[in-house]
Design a protein around this ligand. Sequence first.
Ligand SMILES: Nc1ncnc2c1ncn2[C@@H]1O[C@H](COP(=O)(O)OP(=O)(O)OP(=O)(O)O)[C@@H](O)[C@H]1O
Length: 124
Amino acid sequence: MKRPWRDTFYVAVEGIVYAFNTQRNMKVHAIITFMVILLGIVARLSWMEWLWIMAAIAMVFAMELMNTAVEAVVDLVMPDPHPLAKIAKDTAAGAVFITAVFAVLVGVVIFAKPLFYIARTMLL
Ligand SMILES: Nc1ncnc2c1ncn2[C@@H]1O[C@H](COP(=O)(O)OP(=O)(O)OP(=O)(O)O)[C@@H](O)[C@H]1O
């Protein structure tokens, strides 16, 4: 029997809440996201710039959730040290790292100019 759409939504939210409660990185991402949104409002970003920011934020959160899923599955099937368990966890962490670097690059490209103008206005 097909699960109601509402249940699919609830379990997805449950997964996100679990990751927030257990993964320190999720809290760090949330704080940075909040600051970036504030900065974006102050800097009056264009629609296109907001799209890049939202894409970067979504990628980081989605990949962190996938990393949490990989960790859970690995811990379930291989609680003891194993080289393949290490590879699975390390590569999943690498995927998160790549999205984080991408997000930082997007931030630098988009905010470099407005931050320069804001700093100049405050100093002059
Ligand atoms: N079963 C295992 N066998 C071999 N190495 C492991 C195993 N479990 C963890 N490791 C190693 O320890 C590292 C940290 O694993 P852990 O499960 O503690 O992730 P974590 O520190 O919770 O990650 P995160 O900070 O992203 O939540 C892994 O990247 C891996 O190198």
